[in-house]
Design a binder for this molecule. Sequence first.
Ligand code: URA
Length: 189
Amino acid sequence: MKKVRDEVFSLDGELAEYRKKNNYFAVLGEGSHDANIMFIGEAPGRNEAKTGRPFCGAAGRILDDLLLSINVPREDVYITNIVKDRPPENRDPLPSEIELYAPFLDRQIDIIKPKILATLGRFSMEYIMRKFELVFELESISAAHGKMYDAFASYGAIKIIPLYHPAAAIYNQSLKETLKKDFQELKTP
Ligand code: URA
């Protein structure tokens, strides 16, 4: 994982320049390297870029609540993002940025070998569904959230579950309830 980290820190490109200019960190991911579940978000926000830790701001507090609701300690899962550097003003990542950073996510998946990939938001859902040849199943996140898909990784059978992004639930209690319900699926894969 250290090699992956060093390579991300030595990237060039708009997001890397933005990171250097602001003394931000690239955010690789955090959690157990033996995790059964890997959560994949979109990209670091300001808090994350300042600390180097994924999901440590408002969206992270929602994620922590959701993990608590299924009695899964945060240290037991692995949490990462598809894009490892913060996009300016939290804009959506560009397709070229996803293309640049996704190979690092691919390597993290192969190192950690999670049994379940839980995508948070539409960018990681689309990337992961395409990567695992589920493009024919791709639908909007409002239709796909909470469904479990079977797929094959280089190391064996896995499940993929698209989830809403926790940030969408910050001001939307009904979406938080939906997320809570969908998280129940993570208990019984
Ligand atoms: N949103 C994300 O997608 N990832 C983070 O790490 C924080 C907020």
